[in-house]
Design a protein around this ligand. Structure first.
Ligand code: FE
Length: 422
């Protein structure tokens, strides 16, 4: 057989997909990963070992073959039907319908087909890879493109009682009961996975400054920016600010990044890496304004047009059509405090078991703190979910000591993989 014929036959193999075990990113051989140097048509076996998942930074060894979502069309059944569970075993209640919450549900179900699982979510608990929000503008994606499966369908698949659009109000740890806006639920074990929320600041009013940390606000910003090229000011040159700035510039917007520090990613990357990003931004037309402390953000009418003006401490100002504040995350500690949990920069958990300071309550994902420091990255969540499921089901688990998590900086101008302990 000639080499050419062999190549043609090779090409007739169907394209396959592989899913990242850490973050849920799906690698499609047909599409490749052009940003990561993999041309369309790159077979899984031809991916070099130093390639990193574009969303979370793990290697190709952390991918499994993927057969596609099992989700069908959404039906009305989901929202109102809440199947009852046996009285004898109250089971596990999970608070949070994001990646951490669903990861714990999956890990529990994989280990025990019968344990009752209830998942309480503030939204519909649709499954989407959150890191993809940092690449979606530049790739022309919409919210529908990002949703991998609907929460109701995942709940069906996993036999999870999903309580969507419900907010947890208080925990009675002595009675093992959690009160929500859709009723109270008893539990044998409780897992808090409600994430973190963007920090508010008086100088950056919420009605003038976007804060992007979830698909719902991203979708609203997407609608505003779909009107055409805009002048976008991003406050904060940390991981999220840099990713959003880069992505919006790739989507054709004129982006200015303001940060009180001397360089972007000052807390995360070496001076050389920051410079690599700045070089990329130069080519892309992103303006970086160092040493910029925001004094105020105000709306001004210039003729018929409303413009948002950012004033810095040193008297400089920037006009923008859209302002995004990316100054960090913090947790809403009220629920945790109602249960008497130890809270510092997050819900304090044991690094190996993810147990909180109160028996039968665990925490995972963006809401936890380990050794007094928050751990808001996607890569450790799969391990956390396995540890929690094993602890709750009293199954043996090979404890791994806490490692600095991998962090993938999704700036197409200068992609880099960092460790999550600056
Ligand atoms: Fe990944």
């Amino acid at each position: 057989m000639s080499a050419v014929l062999a190549a043609v036959l090779e090409d007739e193999r169907p394209w396959r997909q592989f899913i990242c075990r850490a973050c849920g990113y799906v690698y499609d051989e047909k599409e490749g990963d052009p940003d990561g140097g993999l041309a369309p048509g790159t077979r899984y076996e031809d991916i070099p070992d130093d390639w990193a998942c574009p969303l979370c930074g793990v290697s190709k060894q952390d991918f499994d073959p993927y057969a596609g979502p099992s989700s069908g069309p959404v039906s009305a059944r989901a929202v109102s039907q809440v199947p009852s569970v046996s009285r004898a075993r109250k089971g596990v209640v999970i608070v949070g319908g994001g990646h951490a919450g669903w990861s714990v549900a999956r890990a529990l179900r994989a280990k025990d087909p019968d344990v009752p699982i209830t998942l309480i979510a503030g939204d519909a608990a649709d499954v989407y890879p959150k890191p993809a929000l940092s690449l979606a503008f530049g790739h022309g994606k919409s919210a529908n493109d990002l949703i991998a499966s609907f929460g109701a369908d995942v709940a069906d698949d996993l036999s999870v009682r999903l309580v969507p659009h419900a907010f947890a109000i208080a925990i009675d740890a002595a009675r093992r009961r959690i009160r929500t806006t859709r009723g109270a639920f008893d539990y044998d074990a409780l897992v808090l996975a409600m994430g973190a929320r963007p920090i508010e600041a008086k100088t950056m009013p919420a009605d003038l400054c976007w804060r992007i940390n979830a698909l719902d606000t991203w979708t609203k910003l997407h609608a505003v920016l779909a009107r055409g090229p805009a002048r976008v000011a991003v406050i904060g040159a940390g991981l999220v600010g840099c990713e959003l700035a880069d992505d919006l510039a790739h989507a054709g917007h004129a982006v200015t990044v303001l940060d009180p520090g001397a360089r972007p990613l000052a807390a995360w990357a070496s001076a050389q890496e920051s410079q690599r990003l700045l070089d990329g931004w130069n080519r892309l037309g992103v303006r970086f304004m160092p040493s910029s402390a925001i004094a105020s953000v105000q709306r001004r009418s210039i003729g018929a047009r409303a413009v948002t003006v950012l004033h810095c401490d040193d008297g400089t100002f920037v006009d923008a059509d859209v302002v995004i504040a990316a100054i960090g995350l913090s947790i809403d500690a009220r629920l945790a405090r109602s249960a008497g949990l130890l809270v510092d920069s997050g819900i304090a958990v044991d690094a190996t078991t993810l147990a909180t300071s109160v028996p039968a309550i665990y925490a995972a994902g963006d809401c936890v703190s380990i050794d007094g420091r928050p751990c808001r990255f996607i890569e450790p969540i799969a391990r956390q979910a396995q540890a929690i499921a094993a602890a709750i089901l009293e199954q043996p688990f090979e404890a791994t000591t806490f490692k600095a998590p991998l962090v993938r900086l999704k700036t197409r101008s200068a992609p880099m993989t960092l460790t999550g302990r600056p």
